[in-house]
Design a binder for this molecule. Structure first.
Ligand code: KG4
Ligand code: ZN
Length: 340
Protein backbone atom coordinates (compact mmCIF):
# COMPACT_ATOMS: atom_id res chain seq x y z
CA UNK A 1 0.00 0.00 0.00
CA UNK A 2 1.46 3.35 -1.09
CA UNK A 3 0.74 6.47 0.97
CA UNK A 4 1.40 9.94 -0.38
CA UNK A 5 2.25 12.29 2.50
CA UNK A 6 1.94 16.08 2.27
CA UNK A 7 3.28 18.55 4.84
CA UNK A 8 2.76 22.32 4.54
CA UNK A 9 2.07 23.41 8.11
CA UNK A 10 4.82 26.03 8.33
CA UNK A 11 7.81 26.96 6.17
CA UNK A 12 8.79 23.60 4.73
CA UNK A 13 7.01 22.01 1.79
CA UNK A 14 7.26 18.24 2.18
CA UNK A 15 6.09 15.38 -0.02
CA UNK A 16 6.82 11.74 0.66
CA UNK A 17 5.90 8.30 -0.62
CA UNK A 18 5.82 5.58 2.04
CA UNK A 19 5.17 1.90 1.40
CA UNK A 20 3.19 -0.04 4.01
CA UNK A 21 3.61 2.68 6.63
CA UNK A 22 7.34 2.15 7.15
CA UNK A 23 9.39 2.00 4.01
CA UNK A 24 10.24 5.54 2.93
CA UNK A 25 10.60 5.53 -0.86
CA UNK A 26 11.03 9.29 -1.10
CA UNK A 27 10.93 12.14 1.40
CA UNK A 28 11.49 15.49 -0.27
CA UNK A 29 11.65 18.78 1.62
CA UNK A 30 11.83 22.24 0.13
CA UNK A 31 12.85 24.65 2.85
CA UNK A 32 11.75 28.28 2.63
CA UNK A 33 14.59 29.57 4.78
CA UNK A 34 15.86 31.80 1.95
CA UNK A 35 12.44 33.50 1.78
CA UNK A 36 12.00 34.23 5.50
CA UNK A 37 15.61 34.83 6.52
CA UNK A 38 15.42 38.53 5.69
CA UNK A 39 12.50 38.96 8.16
CA UNK A 40 14.07 36.88 10.94
CA UNK A 41 10.99 34.65 11.16
CA UNK A 42 8.25 33.02 9.09
CA UNK A 43 5.94 35.40 7.19
CA UNK A 44 2.70 33.37 6.84
CA UNK A 45 1.48 34.83 3.55
CA UNK A 46 4.85 34.30 1.88
CA UNK A 47 4.92 30.73 3.20
CA UNK A 48 1.49 29.96 1.70
CA UNK A 49 2.44 31.40 -1.67
CA UNK A 50 5.65 29.39 -1.86
CA UNK A 51 3.76 26.18 -0.96
CA UNK A 52 1.41 26.83 -3.90
CA UNK A 53 4.29 27.38 -6.28
CA UNK A 54 6.25 24.25 -5.45
CA UNK A 55 3.81 21.60 -4.19
CA UNK A 56 2.78 20.10 -7.53
CA UNK A 57 6.33 19.92 -8.86
CA UNK A 58 7.61 18.43 -5.62
CA UNK A 59 4.89 15.77 -5.76
CA UNK A 60 5.98 14.80 -9.28
CA UNK A 61 9.60 14.57 -8.09
CA UNK A 62 8.63 12.47 -5.07
CA UNK A 63 6.68 10.02 -7.27
CA UNK A 64 9.59 9.82 -9.71
CA UNK A 65 12.11 9.14 -6.95
CA UNK A 66 9.83 6.43 -5.52
CA UNK A 67 9.51 4.85 -8.98
CA UNK A 68 5.69 4.97 -9.03
CA UNK A 69 2.95 7.09 -10.59
CA UNK A 70 -0.13 8.78 -9.14
CA UNK A 71 -2.23 5.79 -10.20
CA UNK A 72 -0.34 3.60 -7.72
CA UNK A 73 -1.27 5.78 -4.71
CA UNK A 74 -3.73 4.13 -2.28
CA UNK A 75 -3.98 6.78 0.45
CA UNK A 76 -3.26 10.50 0.82
CA UNK A 77 -2.17 11.76 4.24
CA UNK A 78 -1.95 15.49 4.82
CA UNK A 79 -1.11 17.62 7.85
CA UNK A 80 -4.38 19.22 8.98
CA UNK A 81 -3.03 21.06 12.04
CA UNK A 82 -1.66 22.60 14.14
CA UNK A 83 0.10 25.19 12.00
CA UNK A 84 -0.35 28.34 9.94
CA UNK A 85 -3.88 28.32 8.59
CA UNK A 86 -3.05 29.55 5.09
CA UNK A 87 -0.13 27.16 4.75
CA UNK A 88 -2.21 24.20 5.98
CA UNK A 89 -4.99 25.04 3.54
CA UNK A 90 -2.65 24.79 0.56
CA UNK A 91 -1.65 21.22 1.46
CA UNK A 92 -5.20 20.21 2.35
CA UNK A 93 -6.74 21.66 -0.83
CA UNK A 94 -4.13 19.98 -3.00
CA UNK A 95 -4.62 16.67 -1.16
CA UNK A 96 -8.40 16.89 -1.51
CA UNK A 97 -8.12 17.57 -5.24
CA UNK A 98 -5.91 14.52 -5.67
CA UNK A 99 -8.12 12.37 -3.45
CA UNK A 100 -11.25 13.28 -5.41
CA UNK A 101 -9.71 12.90 -8.84
CA UNK A 102 -7.93 9.62 -8.06
CA UNK A 103 -10.78 8.20 -6.00
CA UNK A 104 -8.50 7.34 -3.05
CA UNK A 105 -9.14 8.08 0.64
CA UNK A 106 -7.68 11.09 2.42
CA UNK A 107 -6.62 11.34 6.06
CA UNK A 108 -5.82 14.47 8.07
CA UNK A 109 -2.83 14.16 10.37
CA UNK A 110 -1.85 16.03 13.53
CA UNK A 111 1.62 17.51 13.07
CA UNK A 112 2.69 17.05 16.71
CA UNK A 113 1.62 13.40 16.67
CA UNK A 114 3.55 12.92 13.42
CA UNK A 115 6.73 14.26 15.08
CA UNK A 116 6.32 11.61 17.78
CA UNK A 117 5.48 8.90 15.25
CA UNK A 118 8.76 9.55 13.39
CA UNK A 119 10.40 7.40 16.08
CA UNK A 120 8.13 4.44 15.46
CA UNK A 121 9.08 4.52 11.78
CA UNK A 122 12.77 4.34 12.58
CA UNK A 123 12.83 1.97 15.56
CA UNK A 124 11.02 -1.35 15.89
CA UNK A 125 11.56 -1.95 19.60
CA UNK A 126 9.83 1.06 21.25
CA UNK A 127 7.60 -0.13 24.07
CA UNK A 128 4.58 1.80 25.34
CA UNK A 129 3.53 3.39 27.60
CA UNK A 130 6.32 5.92 27.31
CA UNK A 131 7.04 9.64 27.54
CA UNK A 132 7.20 11.80 24.42
CA UNK A 133 8.74 15.24 24.14
CA UNK A 134 8.01 17.37 21.07
CA UNK A 135 10.30 20.39 20.82
CA UNK A 136 9.90 22.51 17.72
CA UNK A 137 9.50 26.09 16.54
CA UNK A 138 5.85 26.07 17.58
CA UNK A 139 5.63 23.46 20.35
CA UNK A 140 7.17 22.28 23.56
CA UNK A 141 4.91 19.46 24.63
CA UNK A 142 5.46 16.65 27.10
CA UNK A 143 3.10 13.72 26.57
CA UNK A 144 2.20 10.36 28.04
CA UNK A 145 1.94 7.94 25.14
CA UNK A 146 -0.25 4.95 26.00
CA UNK A 147 -0.17 3.66 22.43
CA UNK A 148 -0.22 5.23 18.98
CA UNK A 149 -3.36 7.36 18.91
CA UNK A 150 -3.81 7.53 22.72
CA UNK A 151 -2.12 10.40 24.52
CA UNK A 152 -2.34 12.59 27.58
CA UNK A 153 -0.57 15.94 27.60
CA UNK A 154 1.44 16.39 30.80
CA UNK A 155 2.86 19.83 30.17
CA UNK A 156 3.45 22.50 27.57
CA UNK A 157 5.24 25.79 27.26
CA UNK A 158 3.38 28.66 28.86
CA UNK A 159 4.89 31.17 26.44
CA UNK A 160 7.60 30.72 23.78
CA UNK A 161 8.35 27.30 22.32
CA UNK A 162 11.92 26.04 22.74
CA UNK A 163 12.72 26.50 19.02
CA UNK A 164 11.12 29.94 19.08
CA UNK A 165 13.47 30.93 21.92
CA UNK A 166 16.48 29.75 19.87
CA UNK A 167 15.23 31.72 16.85
CA UNK A 168 14.50 34.88 18.84
CA UNK A 169 17.83 34.90 20.68
CA UNK A 170 19.69 34.36 17.38
CA UNK A 171 17.74 37.25 15.87
CA UNK A 172 18.57 39.48 18.82
CA UNK A 173 22.26 38.71 18.41
CA UNK A 174 22.10 39.19 14.63
CA UNK A 175 23.20 35.60 14.01
CA UNK A 176 20.68 34.67 11.30
CA UNK A 177 17.64 32.46 10.80
CA UNK A 178 16.70 29.83 11.81
CA UNK A 179 18.53 30.31 15.08
CA UNK A 180 18.56 26.73 16.40
CA UNK A 181 21.18 25.22 14.10
CA UNK A 182 23.36 28.37 14.28
CA UNK A 183 23.34 28.47 18.10
CA UNK A 184 23.92 24.71 18.21
CA UNK A 185 27.09 25.10 16.07
CA UNK A 186 28.45 28.18 17.87
CA UNK A 187 27.82 26.64 21.28
CA UNK A 188 30.21 23.80 20.51
CA UNK A 189 33.03 26.35 20.89
CA UNK A 190 31.51 28.19 23.88
CA UNK A 191 31.52 27.77 27.65
CA UNK A 192 28.02 26.73 28.84
CA UNK A 193 28.84 27.90 32.37
CA UNK A 194 29.92 31.43 31.35
CA UNK A 195 26.58 32.98 32.39
CA UNK A 196 24.13 31.35 34.78
CA UNK A 197 20.87 32.20 33.00
CA UNK A 198 17.63 31.42 34.88
CA UNK A 199 16.11 27.95 34.61
CA UNK A 200 12.38 28.65 34.79
CA UNK A 201 9.75 26.38 36.35
CA UNK A 202 12.23 23.83 37.66
CA UNK A 203 11.19 24.23 41.27
CA UNK A 204 7.55 23.60 40.40
CA UNK A 205 5.66 20.35 40.63
CA UNK A 206 4.04 20.65 37.19
CA UNK A 207 5.47 19.59 33.84
CA UNK A 208 5.09 22.93 32.08
CA UNK A 209 7.89 24.94 30.52
CA UNK A 210 8.65 28.63 30.07
CA UNK A 211 11.30 30.21 27.88
CA UNK A 212 10.33 33.85 27.48
CA UNK A 213 11.96 34.92 30.79
CA UNK A 214 15.18 33.29 29.64
CA UNK A 215 14.98 35.19 26.37
CA UNK A 216 14.47 38.43 28.31
CA UNK A 217 17.45 37.59 30.55
CA UNK A 218 19.59 37.28 27.41
CA UNK A 219 18.28 40.67 26.21
CA UNK A 220 19.15 42.26 29.57
CA UNK A 221 22.54 40.66 29.52
CA UNK A 222 23.33 41.90 26.03
CA UNK A 223 22.12 45.39 26.84
CA UNK A 224 24.33 45.42 29.92
CA UNK A 225 21.61 45.20 32.55
CA UNK A 226 23.17 42.23 34.24
CA UNK A 227 22.38 43.70 37.68
CA UNK A 228 18.78 42.62 37.00
CA UNK A 229 19.96 39.13 37.71
CA UNK A 230 22.07 40.20 40.71
CA UNK A 231 25.14 39.19 38.77
CA UNK A 232 28.33 41.20 38.48
CA UNK A 233 29.09 42.39 34.95
CA UNK A 234 31.96 40.32 33.52
CA UNK A 235 35.42 41.94 33.63
CA UNK A 236 35.97 41.08 29.98
CA UNK A 237 33.24 41.22 27.34
CA UNK A 238 31.84 37.77 26.93
CA UNK A 239 32.12 36.07 23.53
CA UNK A 240 29.02 35.29 21.48
CA UNK A 241 29.99 31.63 21.69
CA UNK A 242 29.97 31.67 25.49
CA UNK A 243 26.72 33.65 25.54
CA UNK A 244 24.80 31.29 23.27
CA UNK A 245 26.29 28.18 24.90
CA UNK A 246 25.04 29.48 28.28
CA UNK A 247 21.60 30.21 26.84
CA UNK A 248 21.41 26.78 25.20
CA UNK A 249 22.44 25.12 28.46
CA UNK A 250 19.53 26.78 30.28
CA UNK A 251 17.06 25.56 27.62
CA UNK A 252 18.49 22.05 27.65
CA UNK A 253 18.52 21.79 31.44
CA UNK A 254 14.86 22.75 31.66
CA UNK A 255 13.86 20.27 28.95
CA UNK A 256 15.94 17.40 30.29
CA UNK A 257 15.04 17.79 33.97
CA UNK A 258 11.30 17.99 33.34
CA UNK A 259 11.32 15.10 30.89
CA UNK A 260 13.29 12.84 33.20
CA UNK A 261 11.11 13.76 36.18
CA UNK A 262 7.93 13.02 34.24
CA UNK A 263 9.32 9.65 33.17
CA UNK A 264 10.26 8.67 36.72
CA UNK A 265 6.99 10.01 38.19
CA UNK A 266 4.96 7.91 35.74
CA UNK A 267 7.14 4.88 36.39
CA UNK A 268 8.00 4.62 32.68
CA UNK A 269 11.23 3.37 31.19
CA UNK A 270 11.22 4.92 27.74
CA UNK A 271 11.50 8.44 26.29
CA UNK A 272 11.02 9.43 22.66
CA UNK A 273 11.78 12.84 21.16
CA UNK A 274 10.55 14.74 18.11
CA UNK A 275 10.58 18.16 16.43
CA UNK A 276 13.31 20.40 15.05
CA UNK A 277 14.97 21.11 18.41
CA UNK A 278 15.53 17.39 18.95
CA UNK A 279 18.35 17.80 16.41
CA UNK A 280 20.21 19.87 19.01
CA UNK A 281 23.58 18.34 19.79
CA UNK A 282 23.69 19.33 23.46
CA UNK A 283 20.08 18.24 24.10
CA UNK A 284 20.76 14.82 22.57
CA UNK A 285 24.00 14.46 24.51
CA UNK A 286 22.49 15.52 27.83
CA UNK A 287 19.47 13.24 27.47
CA UNK A 288 21.72 10.36 26.48
CA UNK A 289 23.87 10.88 29.60
CA UNK A 290 20.93 11.21 31.99
CA UNK A 291 18.94 8.26 30.63
CA UNK A 292 22.04 6.08 30.69
CA UNK A 293 22.63 6.91 34.37
CA UNK A 294 19.04 5.98 35.22
CA UNK A 295 18.78 2.90 33.01
CA UNK A 296 16.07 4.47 30.82
CA UNK A 297 15.72 3.89 27.08
CA UNK A 298 15.96 6.92 24.79
CA UNK A 299 14.93 7.13 21.15
CA UNK A 300 16.02 10.05 18.99
CA UNK A 301 14.93 10.42 15.37
CA UNK A 302 17.56 10.81 12.65
CA UNK A 303 18.08 14.50 11.70
CA UNK A 304 15.77 14.51 8.65
CA UNK A 305 12.98 12.89 10.71
CA UNK A 306 13.35 15.50 13.50
CA UNK A 307 12.47 18.55 11.41
CA UNK A 308 9.28 18.97 9.41
CA UNK A 309 8.93 16.29 6.73
CA UNK A 310 6.13 14.44 4.98
CA UNK A 311 7.56 10.97 5.65
CA UNK A 312 6.29 11.08 9.24
CA UNK A 313 2.89 12.29 7.97
CA UNK A 314 2.57 9.44 5.46
CA UNK A 315 3.73 6.86 8.02
CA UNK A 316 1.25 7.97 10.65
CA UNK A 317 -1.46 8.32 7.99
CA UNK A 318 -1.14 4.65 7.14
CA UNK A 319 -1.42 3.56 10.80
CA UNK A 320 -4.34 5.84 11.65
CA UNK A 321 -6.18 4.90 8.46
CA UNK A 322 -5.99 1.24 9.47
CA UNK A 323 -7.08 2.03 13.03
CA UNK A 324 -9.76 4.65 12.49
CA UNK A 325 -10.50 4.87 8.75
CA UNK A 326 -10.33 7.94 6.47
CA UNK A 327 -11.23 11.57 7.14
CA UNK A 328 -14.30 13.09 5.49
CA UNK A 329 -13.70 14.97 2.24
CA UNK A 330 -14.76 18.19 4.01
CA UNK A 331 -11.62 17.87 6.16
CA UNK A 332 -10.57 21.37 7.20
CA UNK A 333 -7.43 23.08 8.49
CA UNK A 334 -7.24 23.23 12.28
CA UNK A 335 -4.56 25.80 13.16
CA UNK A 336 -4.76 24.91 16.87
CA UNK A 337 -5.61 21.23 16.51
CA UNK A 338 -5.08 19.49 19.85
CA UNK A 339 -3.23 16.19 20.18
CA UNK A 340 -5.86 13.50 20.69
O1 KG4 B 1 9.85 20.83 13.79
P1 KG4 B 1 10.34 22.01 13.03
O2 KG4 B 1 11.10 21.74 11.75
O3 KG4 B 1 9.17 22.97 12.66
C1 KG4 B 1 8.10 23.23 13.53
O4 KG4 B 1 7.19 22.37 13.64
O5 KG4 B 1 8.19 24.31 14.18
O6 KG4 B 1 11.24 22.87 14.04
C2 KG4 B 1 11.85 24.06 13.64
C3 KG4 B 1 12.58 24.63 14.85
C4 KG4 B 1 13.17 26.01 14.62
O7 KG4 B 1 12.82 26.84 15.69
C5 KG4 B 1 14.67 25.74 14.60
O8 KG4 B 1 15.45 26.83 15.06
C6 KG4 B 1 14.78 24.55 15.52
O9 KG4 B 1 13.66 23.76 15.22
N1 KG4 B 1 16.02 23.76 15.32
C7 KG4 B 1 16.97 23.63 16.26
C8 KG4 B 1 18.01 22.87 15.67
N2 KG4 B 1 17.62 22.55 14.39
C9 KG4 B 1 16.40 23.11 14.20
N3 KG4 B 1 17.05 24.09 17.53
C10 KG4 B 1 18.15 23.81 18.22
N4 KG4 B 1 19.19 23.11 17.73
C11 KG4 B 1 19.16 22.62 16.45
N5 KG4 B 1 20.19 21.93 15.97
ZN1 ZN C 1 7.24 20.50 13.21
Amino acid sequence: MYTLGIETSCDETGVSIVKDGKEILSNLILSQTDLHRYFGGVVPELASRRHIEVLDGLTKDALKEAGITLKDINLIAVTSGPGLVGALLIGISYAKGLSYSLGVPIIGINHVEAHLYANFMEYDDITTPCIGLVVSGGHTTLVRIFEIGKYKILGQTLDDAAGEAFDKVAKLLGLGYPGGPIIDELSKRGNPKAVMFPRAMLGQENYDFSFSGLKTAVVYYVKGFSQFRKEKPPKQPISTMDLVASFQEAVVEQLVKKTIRATLDMGYKTIILGGGVSRNTRLRQSLEEETKKLGLKLYLPSPIMCTDNAGMVAGLGYVRFRLYGPSPIDLDAQPSQPLS
